[in-house]
Design a protein around this ligand. Sequence first.
Ligand code: SF4
Ligand code: SF4
Length: 221
Amino acid sequence: MKKTRSIPLKTKRFSLPEDEKRLTWLSMLLDAYHIVDKGVAASIDSEKKKGRKLACAKGCSSCCVTHKDIPLYPLELQGLIWYITEKLSGHEREILKSQLHSFSRDNACPFLLERSCAIHPMRPMACRQFNVFVKSCEEGEDPFHTRRNDVMDPVKKYVDQAFFIMLPYHGIEKESVRIKFIEAGEMHKMVRELHACNWKALAEKMEKPSSVERRTSKEEQ
Ligand code: SF4
Ligand code: SF4
């Protein structure tokens, strides 16, 4: 599972100010992703100091084909469904819709389009954190099994902080309760597998035009 663009060391938060004003969950999710990206950047930096270079780069995406067990948290699922239905438009939307219609569990990730991630700003935490050092993966290689030492370990403190930010989405507001919930490993009980989601239903939702398409059509009238 992959980021199809390399991650800069100085991470910038992806922002959608107008949408975030209306959708508090969206701010939560983008804040959580920003924290995860910071953790990834810190790991890349630390490996670089040991002379180990990140191998992941734009266009390198065989991990998005190989991995079939990508974890997805409920807020992430909401985020990507929203992004796809409201923000994607034109050719990309049409191709993705048809890919989702015909998706089956044995396929590559349903969001991989022409070696690139169609939901890149909203890709799950697992994809953000799956990074490989030294050399890029061979076709079909899962480096987790072939060379575990080259696979980045997610930094727990960043992941936990991301969970902490996400928990109010589940109605868990109190800080001490959130900390206990995370420490007890309860977040992991909420996880789903990306390949097991009903992507055909999402393709049907995409029959309605996105907000971008609705705006363009209004402007043309
Ligand atoms: S969402 Fe899919 S295409 Fe995007 S990075 Fe993850 S595995 Fe790759
Ligand atoms: S090097 Fe491996 S993990 Fe990194 S982008 Fe390429 S295929 Fe994915």
